[in-house]
Design a protein around this ligand. Sequence first.
Ligand code: DX5
Ligand code: ZN
Length: 220
Amino acid sequence: MNKSVRIHPSILNADHSNILSEIERVSKVSDLLHLDILDGKFAPNTSFSWEQAQYIISGSAIPVDAHLMVIDSDEQGPRYAEAGCQSVTIHVESTRNIRKAIKDIKSHGTRASLALKPSTQIEDYKEFLDEVDMFLIMTVEPGFGGQSFMSEMMQKVSRTRELIGDRPIWLQVDGGISKETIEIASAAGADTFVAGSAVYKAQDPAAMVSLLRDLAANAK
Ligand code: DX5
Ligand code: ZN
């Protein structure tokens, strides 16, 4: 039986001057829209302003999966949840009170997720397994689209899958996911895939999303 997977295109490197139409190009075949928020402090890059983010969240043809790479996650997490995201991911490295931030995000009916940078260990955060809806294992350093997939993160993905056990928690990977790497991540245990440049650099972004889904669903 094929495994059920989710594909979340990232618009970080899409055409920002035409962002809602960029989203529409993939909306029929994608699950959620991955919105990267970078404040220039947590990682060395900036992306969308709060006004741009609100415009995207309310105008997107598909629900939004926000990935906050900011230093004030405790405040920004609930703010993005309230703005209407379906899922909000905060980094464990930039959250002062993780348990409270998760609760505040969920109080808006939003899925709450924790992200780990490449050097952060899952063992240090397993106490949150009964509270989150998703774990995001970064497969590049946060900051930029178009970086190379870090295959050395697959051990962390497998270990997180093992810890998740029967819980209905999504396991997301983000960074360098393409038709060359998605099967490796899926075989390691990921079921939710962010893809930025692979999708938006393709001649037909929607066809690429469908191809990525097939490859991930059939990976052994
Ligand atoms: C990196 C971002 C990613 C990025 C992925 O900090 O979190 O979501 O957009 O881009 P690709 O798929 O090109 O690696
Ligand atoms: Zn991201």
